[in-house]
Design a protein around this ligand. Structure first.
Ligand code: SAH
Length: 396
Protein backbone atom coordinates (compact mmCIF):
# COMPACT_ATOMS: atom_id res chain seq x y z
CA UNK A 1 0.00 0.00 0.00
CA UNK A 2 1.50 3.32 -1.04
CA UNK A 3 1.12 6.34 1.17
CA UNK A 4 0.02 9.74 -0.03
CA UNK A 5 2.14 12.73 0.89
CA UNK A 6 0.73 16.21 0.69
CA UNK A 7 3.24 18.69 -0.73
CA UNK A 8 2.84 22.45 -1.06
CA UNK A 9 3.76 24.20 -4.28
CA UNK A 10 5.50 27.58 -4.14
CA UNK A 11 3.13 30.32 -5.27
CA UNK A 12 5.31 31.26 -8.28
CA UNK A 13 4.93 27.77 -9.77
CA UNK A 14 1.21 27.21 -9.22
CA UNK A 15 0.09 28.61 -12.56
CA UNK A 16 2.70 26.48 -14.38
CA UNK A 17 1.19 23.31 -12.93
CA UNK A 18 -2.35 24.56 -13.40
CA UNK A 19 -1.61 25.06 -17.09
CA UNK A 20 -0.92 21.36 -17.35
CA UNK A 21 2.82 20.99 -16.75
CA UNK A 22 3.26 17.35 -15.68
CA UNK A 23 6.80 17.12 -14.28
CA UNK A 24 7.20 17.49 -10.52
CA UNK A 25 10.47 19.23 -9.71
CA UNK A 26 12.21 20.12 -6.46
CA UNK A 27 12.52 23.87 -6.96
CA UNK A 28 8.74 24.21 -7.13
CA UNK A 29 8.01 22.55 -3.79
CA UNK A 30 8.00 23.83 -0.24
CA UNK A 31 8.06 20.74 1.98
CA UNK A 32 9.97 18.60 -0.51
CA UNK A 33 11.74 16.81 2.36
CA UNK A 34 8.47 15.12 3.29
CA UNK A 35 8.98 12.96 0.21
CA UNK A 36 10.97 9.97 1.41
CA UNK A 37 9.92 6.79 -0.34
CA UNK A 38 9.93 6.54 -4.14
CA UNK A 39 6.62 5.29 -5.41
CA UNK A 40 4.67 7.21 -2.77
CA UNK A 41 1.76 9.21 -4.09
CA UNK A 42 2.15 12.98 -4.06
CA UNK A 43 -0.75 15.35 -3.61
CA UNK A 44 0.23 18.80 -4.82
CA UNK A 45 -1.62 21.64 -3.12
CA UNK A 46 -1.32 25.41 -2.92
CA UNK A 47 -0.73 27.37 0.29
CA UNK A 48 -4.40 27.19 1.13
CA UNK A 49 -4.37 23.43 0.63
CA UNK A 50 -6.33 23.69 -2.60
CA UNK A 51 -5.82 20.67 -4.80
CA UNK A 52 -3.55 21.02 -7.86
CA UNK A 53 -2.83 17.46 -8.93
CA UNK A 54 -1.89 13.99 -7.86
CA UNK A 55 1.12 11.97 -8.97
CA UNK A 56 4.01 9.87 -7.76
CA UNK A 57 7.46 10.47 -6.32
CA UNK A 58 10.28 9.01 -8.44
CA UNK A 59 13.71 10.46 -9.09
CA UNK A 60 14.89 10.77 -12.68
CA UNK A 61 17.74 12.77 -14.17
CA UNK A 62 15.15 15.48 -14.63
CA UNK A 63 12.47 15.99 -12.04
CA UNK A 64 11.37 13.96 -9.04
CA UNK A 65 8.07 12.61 -10.25
CA UNK A 66 5.06 13.07 -12.49
CA UNK A 67 1.52 14.33 -12.08
CA UNK A 68 -0.90 11.57 -13.09
CA UNK A 69 -4.25 13.25 -12.64
CA UNK A 70 -5.84 16.66 -12.09
CA UNK A 71 -8.95 15.11 -10.63
CA UNK A 72 -8.91 14.76 -6.85
CA UNK A 73 -11.34 11.85 -6.96
CA UNK A 74 -9.16 9.71 -9.23
CA UNK A 75 -7.62 6.73 -7.50
CA UNK A 76 -4.24 5.57 -8.76
CA UNK A 77 -5.18 1.93 -8.93
CA UNK A 78 -5.54 -0.93 -11.43
CA UNK A 79 -8.45 0.75 -13.19
CA UNK A 80 -6.40 3.92 -13.63
CA UNK A 81 -3.58 2.00 -15.34
CA UNK A 82 -6.02 -0.08 -17.41
CA UNK A 83 -7.60 3.09 -18.76
CA UNK A 84 -4.31 4.77 -19.64
CA UNK A 85 -2.98 1.68 -21.39
CA UNK A 86 -6.21 1.02 -23.26
CA UNK A 87 -6.25 4.59 -24.59
CA UNK A 88 -2.60 4.27 -25.61
CA UNK A 89 -3.22 1.00 -27.45
CA UNK A 90 -6.18 2.55 -29.20
CA UNK A 91 -3.98 5.39 -30.44
CA UNK A 92 -1.67 2.79 -32.10
CA UNK A 93 -4.30 0.64 -33.80
CA UNK A 94 -3.05 1.45 -37.29
CA UNK A 95 0.44 0.25 -36.34
CA UNK A 96 -0.86 -3.15 -35.26
CA UNK A 97 -2.48 -3.51 -38.69
CA UNK A 98 0.61 -2.57 -40.68
CA UNK A 99 2.29 -5.80 -41.77
CA UNK A 100 5.33 -3.93 -43.12
CA UNK A 101 6.20 -2.48 -39.70
CA UNK A 102 6.32 -4.74 -36.67
CA UNK A 103 7.98 -2.47 -34.11
CA UNK A 104 6.65 0.73 -32.60
CA UNK A 105 6.08 2.58 -29.35
CA UNK A 106 2.92 1.59 -27.52
CA UNK A 107 3.15 3.91 -24.52
CA UNK A 108 5.14 7.13 -24.45
CA UNK A 109 5.41 8.39 -20.88
CA UNK A 110 3.71 11.68 -20.08
CA UNK A 111 2.38 11.87 -23.66
CA UNK A 112 0.15 8.94 -22.73
CA UNK A 113 -0.53 10.21 -19.23
CA UNK A 114 2.13 8.44 -17.14
CA UNK A 115 5.58 10.03 -17.11
CA UNK A 116 8.60 7.82 -16.49
CA UNK A 117 7.14 4.80 -18.28
CA UNK A 118 7.50 3.72 -21.89
CA UNK A 119 6.44 0.49 -23.58
CA UNK A 120 7.65 -0.63 -27.00
CA UNK A 121 6.31 -3.43 -29.19
CA UNK A 122 8.67 -5.71 -31.12
CA UNK A 123 6.85 -8.33 -33.15
CA UNK A 124 4.90 -9.92 -30.32
CA UNK A 125 7.26 -8.89 -27.52
CA UNK A 126 6.66 -5.95 -25.21
CA UNK A 127 9.53 -4.01 -23.66
CA UNK A 128 8.79 -1.84 -20.62
CA UNK A 129 11.23 0.92 -19.68
CA UNK A 130 11.05 2.08 -16.06
CA UNK A 131 12.71 5.44 -15.66
CA UNK A 132 12.66 5.59 -11.85
CA UNK A 133 12.45 3.42 -8.80
CA UNK A 134 9.19 5.27 -8.14
CA UNK A 135 7.34 4.19 -11.27
CA UNK A 136 8.76 0.68 -10.84
CA UNK A 137 6.64 0.40 -7.67
CA UNK A 138 3.60 0.30 -9.96
CA UNK A 139 4.98 -2.66 -11.87
CA UNK A 140 2.19 -5.11 -10.99
CA UNK A 141 -0.49 -2.73 -12.27
CA UNK A 142 1.26 -2.22 -15.61
CA UNK A 143 1.87 -5.93 -16.19
CA UNK A 144 -1.70 -6.74 -15.19
CA UNK A 145 -3.02 -4.13 -17.65
CA UNK A 146 -0.94 -5.64 -20.45
CA UNK A 147 -2.17 -9.11 -19.47
CA UNK A 148 -5.74 -7.92 -19.83
CA UNK A 149 -5.36 -5.87 -22.98
CA UNK A 150 -2.88 -7.57 -25.33
CA UNK A 151 -1.56 -10.91 -26.43
CA UNK A 152 2.17 -11.35 -26.24
CA UNK A 153 5.01 -13.80 -26.63
CA UNK A 154 6.77 -12.27 -23.65
CA UNK A 155 7.22 -9.07 -21.67
CA UNK A 156 10.73 -7.74 -21.03
CA UNK A 157 11.79 -4.73 -18.99
CA UNK A 158 14.69 -2.35 -18.57
CA UNK A 159 15.26 -0.60 -15.29
CA UNK A 160 16.66 2.73 -16.33
CA UNK A 161 17.47 3.75 -12.80
CA UNK A 162 20.34 2.99 -10.52
CA UNK A 163 19.91 0.90 -7.39
CA UNK A 164 22.47 1.92 -4.77
CA UNK A 165 24.26 3.88 -7.47
CA UNK A 166 24.76 0.85 -9.68
CA UNK A 167 23.01 -0.08 -12.91
CA UNK A 168 22.00 -3.70 -12.64
CA UNK A 169 22.66 -5.68 -15.80
CA UNK A 170 20.00 -8.30 -16.15
CA UNK A 171 18.28 -10.07 -19.01
CA UNK A 172 15.04 -8.26 -18.22
CA UNK A 173 12.67 -11.16 -18.70
CA UNK A 174 9.37 -10.61 -16.88
CA UNK A 175 6.70 -13.04 -18.07
CA UNK A 176 5.70 -15.18 -21.03
CA UNK A 177 8.02 -17.35 -23.06
CA UNK A 178 11.67 -16.30 -23.18
CA UNK A 179 12.75 -15.08 -26.62
CA UNK A 180 15.72 -16.21 -28.69
CA UNK A 181 17.58 -13.01 -29.41
CA UNK A 182 18.18 -11.39 -31.76
CA UNK A 183 14.66 -11.41 -33.15
CA UNK A 184 14.05 -9.83 -36.56
CA UNK A 185 11.55 -7.00 -36.81
CA UNK A 186 10.36 -5.23 -39.94
CA UNK A 187 10.12 -1.52 -40.54
CA UNK A 188 8.72 -0.34 -43.86
CA UNK A 189 10.28 -3.34 -45.51
CA UNK A 190 13.66 -3.06 -43.75
CA UNK A 191 14.74 -5.86 -41.41
CA UNK A 192 16.41 -5.17 -38.10
CA UNK A 193 17.97 -7.40 -35.47
CA UNK A 194 16.64 -6.61 -31.99
CA UNK A 195 18.01 -7.68 -28.62
CA UNK A 196 15.68 -7.21 -25.67
CA UNK A 197 17.91 -9.09 -23.25
CA UNK A 198 21.20 -7.18 -23.20
CA UNK A 199 22.35 -3.65 -22.34
CA UNK A 200 20.41 -0.45 -22.26
CA UNK A 201 19.70 -0.27 -26.00
CA UNK A 202 17.97 -2.78 -28.27
CA UNK A 203 19.57 -2.21 -31.68
CA UNK A 204 17.58 0.60 -33.29
CA UNK A 205 15.91 3.80 -32.25
CA UNK A 206 12.26 3.52 -33.24
CA UNK A 207 11.72 7.29 -33.29
CA UNK A 208 13.76 7.62 -36.53
CA UNK A 209 11.42 5.38 -38.54
CA UNK A 210 10.18 8.11 -40.88
CA UNK A 211 13.68 9.47 -41.44
CA UNK A 212 14.98 6.03 -42.45
CA UNK A 213 12.03 5.65 -44.80
CA UNK A 214 12.59 8.94 -46.59
CA UNK A 215 16.35 8.36 -46.86
CA UNK A 216 15.66 5.02 -48.49
CA UNK A 217 12.89 6.16 -50.79
CA UNK A 218 13.92 9.65 -51.77
CA UNK A 219 17.52 10.52 -51.02
CA UNK A 220 19.87 7.53 -51.29
CA UNK A 221 19.70 6.40 -54.92
CA UNK A 222 23.15 6.63 -56.52
CA UNK A 223 24.65 8.59 -53.63
CA UNK A 224 27.72 8.23 -51.45
CA UNK A 225 26.57 8.41 -47.84
CA UNK A 226 28.45 9.14 -44.64
CA UNK A 227 26.58 8.06 -41.50
CA UNK A 228 28.23 9.75 -38.53
CA UNK A 229 27.45 8.42 -35.01
CA UNK A 230 26.09 5.36 -36.73
CA UNK A 231 25.46 3.03 -33.70
CA UNK A 232 24.22 -0.19 -35.43
CA UNK A 233 24.15 1.47 -38.85
CA UNK A 234 20.38 1.70 -39.24
CA UNK A 235 20.59 4.81 -41.46
CA UNK A 236 23.31 3.12 -43.56
CA UNK A 237 21.11 0.08 -44.08
CA UNK A 238 18.22 2.29 -45.19
CA UNK A 239 20.53 4.15 -47.60
CA UNK A 240 22.04 0.96 -49.01
CA UNK A 241 18.57 -0.51 -49.60
CA UNK A 242 17.61 2.74 -51.27
CA UNK A 243 20.34 2.28 -53.83
CA UNK A 244 23.26 4.23 -52.33
CA UNK A 245 26.51 3.82 -54.22
CA UNK A 246 28.29 3.23 -50.95
CA UNK A 247 27.76 3.90 -47.27
CA UNK A 248 30.37 4.77 -44.66
CA UNK A 249 29.39 4.27 -41.04
CA UNK A 250 31.45 5.85 -38.27
CA UNK A 251 30.99 5.21 -34.57
CA UNK A 252 33.35 5.25 -31.64
CA UNK A 253 31.97 2.18 -29.87
CA UNK A 254 33.69 -1.13 -30.57
CA UNK A 255 30.35 -2.95 -30.46
CA UNK A 256 29.11 -0.95 -33.44
CA UNK A 257 31.22 -2.92 -35.95
CA UNK A 258 29.69 -6.34 -35.30
CA UNK A 259 26.20 -4.93 -34.87
CA UNK A 260 26.40 -2.98 -38.13
CA UNK A 261 27.60 -6.07 -40.02
CA UNK A 262 24.57 -7.90 -38.61
CA UNK A 263 22.08 -5.20 -39.68
CA UNK A 264 23.48 -5.21 -43.24
CA UNK A 265 23.48 -9.01 -43.39
CA UNK A 266 19.90 -9.44 -42.21
CA UNK A 267 18.92 -7.30 -45.21
CA UNK A 268 20.97 -9.28 -47.69
CA UNK A 269 23.53 -6.50 -48.19
CA UNK A 270 27.19 -7.46 -48.60
CA UNK A 271 28.81 -5.55 -45.74
CA UNK A 272 32.22 -5.89 -47.34
CA UNK A 273 31.12 -3.42 -49.99
CA UNK A 274 30.36 -0.86 -47.28
CA UNK A 275 32.79 0.96 -45.00
CA UNK A 276 32.29 0.46 -41.27
CA UNK A 277 34.75 2.45 -39.23
CA UNK A 278 35.23 2.40 -35.45
CA UNK A 279 36.59 5.85 -34.77
CA UNK A 280 35.87 9.21 -33.22
CA UNK A 281 33.73 11.14 -35.70
CA UNK A 282 35.67 14.35 -35.10
CA UNK A 283 38.90 12.57 -35.85
CA UNK A 284 37.41 10.97 -38.95
CA UNK A 285 36.25 14.40 -40.20
CA UNK A 286 39.80 15.75 -39.89
CA UNK A 287 41.07 12.81 -41.90
CA UNK A 288 38.43 13.20 -44.62
CA UNK A 289 39.04 16.94 -44.88
CA UNK A 290 42.78 16.36 -45.27
CA UNK A 291 42.20 13.74 -47.96
CA UNK A 292 39.63 16.02 -49.60
CA UNK A 293 37.13 13.23 -49.49
CA UNK A 294 33.52 14.31 -50.01
CA UNK A 295 30.10 12.68 -49.75
CA UNK A 296 26.79 13.35 -51.47
CA UNK A 297 24.96 12.88 -48.20
CA UNK A 298 26.17 13.27 -44.61
CA UNK A 299 23.97 12.10 -41.76
CA UNK A 300 24.66 13.58 -38.32
CA UNK A 301 22.93 12.02 -35.34
CA UNK A 302 25.12 12.62 -32.30
CA UNK A 303 24.11 11.90 -28.70
CA UNK A 304 23.02 15.04 -26.85
CA UNK A 305 26.06 14.64 -24.64
CA UNK A 306 29.15 12.45 -24.94
CA UNK A 307 32.66 12.34 -23.66
CA UNK A 308 35.41 10.61 -25.61
CA UNK A 309 39.14 10.53 -24.84
CA UNK A 310 39.82 13.71 -26.75
CA UNK A 311 36.55 15.61 -26.90
CA UNK A 312 33.50 16.42 -24.88
CA UNK A 313 30.51 16.95 -27.12
CA UNK A 314 27.37 18.73 -26.03
CA UNK A 315 24.74 19.20 -28.73
CA UNK A 316 23.61 22.53 -27.28
CA UNK A 317 27.15 23.95 -27.42
CA UNK A 318 28.84 22.08 -30.23
CA UNK A 319 26.27 21.26 -32.92
CA UNK A 320 27.30 24.32 -34.90
CA UNK A 321 30.92 23.12 -34.96
CA UNK A 322 29.79 19.65 -36.02
CA UNK A 323 27.83 21.15 -38.92
CA UNK A 324 30.78 23.25 -40.04
CA UNK A 325 32.96 20.16 -40.20
CA UNK A 326 30.24 18.31 -42.11
CA UNK A 327 29.84 21.15 -44.62
CA UNK A 328 33.54 20.76 -45.51
CA UNK A 329 33.08 17.17 -46.60
CA UNK A 330 29.69 17.44 -48.33
CA UNK A 331 29.57 17.84 -52.12
CA UNK A 332 27.97 20.92 -53.67
CA UNK A 333 24.25 20.22 -54.02
CA UNK A 334 24.74 17.47 -51.47
CA UNK A 335 22.46 16.89 -48.47
CA UNK A 336 23.21 17.05 -44.77
CA UNK A 337 20.75 15.31 -42.49
CA UNK A 338 21.07 17.11 -39.18
CA UNK A 339 19.43 15.22 -36.33
CA UNK A 340 19.36 15.75 -32.58
CA UNK A 341 17.49 14.32 -29.62
CA UNK A 342 18.59 17.09 -27.25
CA UNK A 343 15.63 18.35 -25.20
CA UNK A 344 17.42 21.50 -24.04
CA UNK A 345 16.71 23.41 -27.26
CA UNK A 346 13.80 23.45 -29.69
CA UNK A 347 13.45 23.31 -33.48
CA UNK A 348 13.77 27.08 -33.86
CA UNK A 349 17.01 27.17 -31.91
CA UNK A 350 18.27 24.15 -33.85
CA UNK A 351 17.55 25.96 -37.12
CA UNK A 352 19.45 28.88 -35.64
CA UNK A 353 22.55 26.69 -35.19
CA UNK A 354 22.21 25.58 -38.81
CA UNK A 355 21.88 29.14 -40.11
CA UNK A 356 24.92 30.30 -38.11
CA UNK A 357 27.06 27.36 -39.20
CA UNK A 358 26.40 28.08 -42.88
CA UNK A 359 26.89 31.80 -42.40
CA UNK A 360 30.23 31.31 -40.70
CA UNK A 361 31.30 29.00 -43.53
CA UNK A 362 30.14 31.51 -46.11
CA UNK A 363 27.91 28.94 -47.71
CA UNK A 364 24.23 28.99 -48.66
CA UNK A 365 21.69 26.26 -48.13
CA UNK A 366 18.10 25.33 -48.49
CA UNK A 367 16.09 23.49 -45.89
CA UNK A 368 14.34 20.63 -47.73
CA UNK A 369 12.22 19.02 -45.04
CA UNK A 370 11.87 18.56 -41.31
CA UNK A 371 10.88 15.72 -39.03
CA UNK A 372 9.94 15.43 -35.38
CA UNK A 373 8.65 12.47 -33.37
CA UNK A 374 6.33 10.05 -35.19
CA UNK A 375 2.73 9.51 -34.11
CA UNK A 376 3.46 6.54 -31.85
CA UNK A 377 5.78 8.75 -29.78
CA UNK A 378 2.86 10.71 -28.43
CA UNK A 379 3.70 14.03 -26.77
CA UNK A 380 1.71 16.67 -24.90
CA UNK A 381 1.75 20.35 -25.74
CA UNK A 382 2.12 21.28 -22.07
CA UNK A 383 5.52 19.53 -22.00
CA UNK A 384 7.50 20.71 -25.02
CA UNK A 385 10.72 19.07 -23.76
CA UNK A 386 9.10 15.72 -24.43
CA UNK A 387 8.98 16.51 -28.13
CA UNK A 388 12.75 16.13 -28.33
CA UNK A 389 13.48 14.86 -31.84
CA UNK A 390 14.50 17.39 -34.49
CA UNK A 391 15.70 16.35 -37.95
CA UNK A 392 16.37 18.78 -40.79
CA UNK A 393 17.32 17.80 -44.36
CA UNK A 394 19.59 20.54 -45.70
CA UNK A 395 20.73 21.01 -49.27
CA UNK A 396 24.04 22.79 -49.73
N1 SAH B 1 22.33 7.34 -35.53
C1 SAH B 1 22.12 6.17 -34.73
C2 SAH B 1 22.03 6.44 -33.27
C3 SAH B 1 23.20 7.20 -32.68
S1 SAH B 1 23.35 7.01 -30.98
C4 SAH B 1 20.87 5.45 -35.21
O1 SAH B 1 20.09 6.01 -35.96
O2 SAH B 1 20.66 4.30 -34.82
C5 SAH B 1 24.83 7.85 -30.70
C6 SAH B 1 26.07 7.07 -31.07
O3 SAH B 1 27.17 7.99 -31.06
C7 SAH B 1 26.46 5.95 -30.10
O4 SAH B 1 26.49 4.74 -30.81
C8 SAH B 1 27.88 6.35 -29.61
O5 SAH B 1 28.76 5.23 -29.55
C9 SAH B 1 28.33 7.28 -30.71
N2 SAH B 1 29.33 8.29 -30.34
C10 SAH B 1 29.34 9.13 -29.27
N3 SAH B 1 30.39 9.99 -29.37
C11 SAH B 1 31.04 9.69 -30.52
C12 SAH B 1 32.18 10.21 -31.17
N4 SAH B 1 32.86 11.25 -30.65
N5 SAH B 1 32.55 9.68 -32.34
C13 SAH B 1 31.86 8.64 -32.88
N6 SAH B 1 30.79 8.10 -32.31
C14 SAH B 1 30.37 8.61 -31.14
Amino acid sequence: MTTEVSVKVKSTFISKFNKGYPLIFKEALINVNDLQVEGDLVKLVDEKNRFIGKGYYGKQNKGIGWILTRNENDQINQIFFDKKLAAALNHRQQFYHDTETTAFRVFNGEGDGIGGLTIDYFDGYYLINWYSKGIYQFKEYVIESLNKLVEYKAIYQKKRFAIDGKYIEEDGFVIGERGQFPIIIKENGINFFIYLDEGAMVGIFLDQREVRKIIKEKYAQGKTVLNAFSYTGAFSVAAALGGALKTTSVDLANRSLGKTIEQFSVNGIDYEEQDIIVEDVFHYFKYAIKKEQKFDMVILDPPSFARSKKYTFSAAKDYKYLLKEAIKITEDNGVIVASTNASTFDMNQFKGFIATAFKEMNRTYKSLEEFSLPKDFKTMKEFREGDYLKVVFIKI
